[in-house]
Design a protein around this ligand. Structure first.
Ligand code: BTN
Length: 149
């Protein structure tokens, strides 16, 4: 018969309970980023593919901003500890540009979900000589938009 000390028993129970109760980060829903842009991720299928819409607060063009579609993918692996990685593409409805985002869905120390992302914005250029100035890079932090009370 294997002897388990009461201390180890309590430790295992505590770790197990923490693992079960640790808050997970879910991508679906409405998000706002540090630029004031709004994003909605509608639903995610069993493969981790998702769609949604993006309303940017800023543009590198002089065009009128319009809500644009996004398509993305969440990591398939199960070893994500409730904080999955993901990527998505925004195909801008009002410009010839494309932005790709990659990031991770975290739960911060206050228990709040946050998306830490990096992006590449590819703008259209008319001449290959201008390719060097076609791409911007940056980061965005998204927090969940709370429903109006
Ligand atoms: C364009 O200007 O051609 C399309 C809009 C680009 C908006 C960029 S994408 C990266 C950054 N994050 C945002 O929320 N908006 C800007």
């Amino acid at each position: 018969m294997v002897q388990v000390s009461p201390f180890l028993l309590v430790l295992f129970l505590a770790l197990g309970a923490h693992g079960l109760s640790a808050k997970k980060c879910f991508l679906t829903g409405r998000w706002v980023n540090d630029l004031g842009s709004n994003m909605t991720i509608t639903s995610i299928n069993a493969n981790g593919d998702f769609t949604g819409s993006y309303h940017t607060a800023v543009t590198a063009t002089s065009n009128e901003i319009k809500v644009s579609p996004l398509q993305g993918s969440k990591q398939r692996g199960t070893n994500q500890k409730g904080q999955p990685t993901f990527g998505f593409t925004v195909n801008w409805s009002f410009s010839d540009s494309i932005t790709v985002f990659t990031g991770q869905c975290f739960v911060d120390d206050d228990g709040k979900e946050v998306l830490r992302t990096m992006w590449l914005l590819r703008s259209h250029v008319d001449d290959i000589k201008n390719d060097w100035k076609s791409t911007r890079v940056g980061t965005n932090i998204f927090t969940r938009l709370q429903p109006q009370q």
